[in-house]
Design a protein around this ligand. Structure first.
Ligand SMILES: Nc1ncnc2c1ncn2[C@@H]1O[C@H](COP(=O)(O)OP(=O)(O)OP(=O)(O)O)[C@@H](O)[C@H]1O
Ligand SMILES: [Mg+2]
Length: 215
């Protein structure tokens, strides 16, 4: 299962979010780089959620994106874990709800929360950590995909959960022979994923070998 990007370019207004990126990978790909360097845009291009302005993407030698055309994400045999979860994963369900209530006085907030959680049938989950992040990872792993695209999937999980979920992701990929395209800010995580490392800066690949060295 190979991914090949050739001269891939995508602008938003005057911002060249992805600027002439080329690489070919037959294995896991780790994408690192500072905030705003184009990592998510590159992943969304690979997912077919964005259409390139220039350049192309092919999977296993078959074109999936060209200027003005992108094969529908559901037809790509990929699965995704997106960057933004709807809830804070490091707060319990009730802490998340409380956080959203801002300045409401404590007693009043508690009563309102308890009542609403009861009515929504989630009272028993109040002191548990939200499952949205983990559920989205499981959803991606369960899919019979050829590539799993993950955009900082472990961000904000506590250390214990991070380790557990990271092991699950790598273990599943290995067992099923699925390749990962994995965005992370965490060098320790990046170093544990065997494969190609793309180091992005201002929409371009940077570093030795144009950022496509192996770690
Ligand atoms: N839909 C959009 N409309 C306008 N500008 C966008 C859009 N998406 C991304 N950009 C811009 O493109 C550039 C790259 O953004 P991108 O989200 O790909 O970076 P990133 O490397 O994922 O950053 P982070 O580490 O913060 O997630 C940024 O300048 C961003 O503001
Ligand atoms: Mg991003």
């Amino acid at each position: 299962m190979t991914i090949e990007c050739r001269n891939l370019t995508k602008s938003f207004g005057r911002t060249r979010a992805v600027d002439g990126i080329s690489f070919a990978a037959d294995g896991h790909v780790v994408i690192i780089g500072p905030s705003g360097s184009g990592k998510t845009t590159l992943l969304r291009l690979i997912a077919g959620l964005e259409v390139p302005d220039a350049g192309s993407i092919s999977f296993d030698g078959t074109p999936v994106s060209e200027p003005g055309w992108a094969l529908h994400p559901q037809k790509r045999r990929i699965s995704c874990v997106f960057q933004s979860p709807a809830l804070w994963p490091h707060m319990t369900v009730s802490e998340n709800i409380r956080f959203g209530m801002g300045d409401v006085p404590a007693g009043q907030a508690r009563a309102r929360m308890d009542d609403l959680m009861e009515r929504a049938g989630i009272a028993s989950l109040a002191d548990r950590y939200p499952e949205a992040r983990r559920a989205s990872i499981v959803r991606a792993l369960a899919h019979p995909a050829r590539f799993i695209l993950l955009d900082e999937p472990l961000q904000n999980l506590n250390e214990e959960l991070k380790e557990e979920m990271f092991g699950l992701v790598l273990g599943c990929a290995e067992k099923n022979g699925t390749h990962l395209v994995y965005i992370t800010h965490d060098m320790a995580e990046a170093e544990q994923i065997p494969g190609m490392v793309l180091s992005m800066n201002r929409g371009k690949l940077s570093g030795p070998d144009g950022g496509t060295g192996r770690m």
